[in-house]
Design a protein around this ligand. Structure first.
Ligand code: TYD
Ligand code: MG
Length: 457
């Protein structure tokens, strides 16, 4: 039996101390230290049969085989993209997201679609029947997808030894527990220990492992931050549960860029990749409506057009309301103050409601100009034109500032058949002759207003 040693851990940040302390020296929280039993031993915590012999040896860098050949390519293009072009053998991926967002659905769907690889889906949260019901809903089956209802890590490893899967999915890390520790499942030391063992297992056997993790209210993956340092890739599944779109982001990737983004639509039969997000995010009606502007935003490295809708009405009560969906309310207040100061619009006595359609959240400052135009368009009750795309940041002095990747944004608007694009005149190296779409290059907010609404107040 392993030599047992005790230590104290902060339940908030995972910091370790040999003695009990009232205030955590690392995160300054009070009464968070809990005694936990840690196992320190030379003994292996898992056995994986013949692979326990020493297989590592030093290799010259030039002789290391090209990693591209070693990736597992899925049928799902969005998942391949966020992983940096497929799943690397022996990698450990942490997949986080709020409860009910669709993490289990995406993983099961991946397992069922990729019938070439043997996949073991370990569920500690749902019974086999429940997982099967989900598979029926997705409408797919695969002879190579195996289910296991188990929460004890050592038992999982012994099943793996028999089955020898290519991909292991653990749903979720918070339900796992190692028998070498007395602390309960979900505690920081259990999460860290189980992840550490899964990491060793992934590297030694070259099996790819997906770990599903719940996220806390503040958006971080529950358990210590240390978990994110241990794994190779961290994927986050986001979205508004009341809307059908889900965004898959990479927040860390040792084998690719973290700028990639995948978009899915949650349908009654599972998650469907959205290859052309602009098509679904824009309202296709031909009607010219006031209070609508089209913005060009970048989500990761993908240009995307979104519709901004504003409604400006006379405030019924003393305090005007500012309500936003998918956009920062403070930023809206700032833009309204700029309009008030620079263009003389009396928006102080008006309620302003702002909505980004499709239920997505945008934080790219390039949307500023579209927000301003939608507000102005609703205020004067004149359409700003559905064939115009806007992409610029608005500064405090009312200047129209340039935004990065402007050529990609212009190409996207041109590809989708828009006629005109309003951008900052300070974007360097942008010439009208290089593009078919008409470019309106402006330097001040007043110029945009004149251009779109003919200068009338
Ligand atoms: P789930 O994968 O269980 O979420 P998580 O594992 O992140 O907690 O997703 C559950 C939600 O997805 C649930 O509200 C029902 C919905 N759903 C669909 O809309 N369509 C489907 O085909 C499936 C399987 C689930
Ligand atoms: Mg789940």
């Amino acid at each position: 039996m392993a030599k047992i040693k005790k230590s104290y851990f902060c339940q908030n940040c995972g910091s370790q101390s040999a003695q009990w302390v009232g205030k955590c020296p690392s995160c300054s929280e009070w009464n968070t230290f809990v005694e936990e039993v840690i196992a320190k031993s030379d003994k292996k915590l898992f056995s994986t049969g013949p692979t326990t012999k020493i297989i590592s040896k030093p290799v010259a860098i030039a002789e290391v085989s090209d990693e591209k050949h070693n990736r597992i390519i899925f049928a799902d293009p969005e998942l391949n993209r966020v992983l940096g072009g497929g799943l690397v053998h022996g990698s450990l991926v942490l997949f986080g997201g709020e409860p009910g967002i669709g993490k289990s659905t995406l993983m099961l769907q991946m397992a069922l679609q990729h019938s070439k690889a043997r996949v073991l889906y370990v569920s500690g949260e749902e019974s086999m029947k429940q997982v099967k019901m989900r598979a029926d809903r997705i409408g797919k089956t695969s002879p190579n997808c195996f289910l296991l209802n188990e929460t004890k890590l050592q038992h999982i490893f012994s099943h793996i030894e028999e089955l020898q899967p290519h991909i292991l999915i653990v749903d979720s890390i918070q339900t796992l527990h190692s028998e070498y520790l007395d602390s309960s499942p979900g505690s920081i030391s259990q999460i860290r220990e189980c992840t550490g063992d899964l990491m060793k297992f992934a590297k030694e056997t070259q099996t790819s492992v997906f770990i599903i993790g719940h996220i806390t209210k503040d958006g971080s993956i529950a358990g210590p931050k240390v978990l994110e340092h241990m794994v190779d890739t961290v994927l986050q599944f986001e979205g508004d549960r009341n809307h059908i779109y889900r965004l898959l982001r990479t927040t860390k990737n040792r084998f690719g860029s973290t700028n990639e983004l995948g978009i899915y639509e949650m349908q009654t039969s599972g998650l469907v990749p959205v290859e052309n997000p602009t098509d679904v995010l824009l309202n296709n009606s031909d009607e010219q409506l006031s209070g609508v502007a089209i913005a060009s935003t970048m989500e990761g490295m993908r240009p995307m057009l979104v519709e901004v809708q504003a409604l400006v009405s006379t405030a019924a009560y003393g305090n005007p309301q500012r309500t936003t969906t998918g956009f920062d309310t403070k930023r809206l207040n700032m833009l309204l103050a700029v309009l008030e100061k620079r263009c003389g619009f009396k928006l102080g006595a008006k309620d302003v409601f702002l909505n980004i359609t499709g239920g997505i959240k945008v934080s790219d400052p390039a949307i500023d100009l579209a927000v301003v135009c939608a507000v102005l368009s609703s205020n004067v009750d004149m359409p700003s034109g559905k064939e115009i795309v806007l992409a610029a940041e608005v500064g405090l002095t009312g200047e129209i500032r340039p935004v990065p990747h402007i050529d990609q944004r212009i190409m996207e608007a041109q590809k989708l058949g828009f006629e005109k694009m309003v951008i900052s005149k300070y974007n360097k190296g942008i010439k009208q002759k290089d593009f078919d779409i008409e470019l309106v290059q402006v330097g001040k907010i007043e110029e945009v207003f004149k251009h779109l609404f003919g200068g009338s107040n």
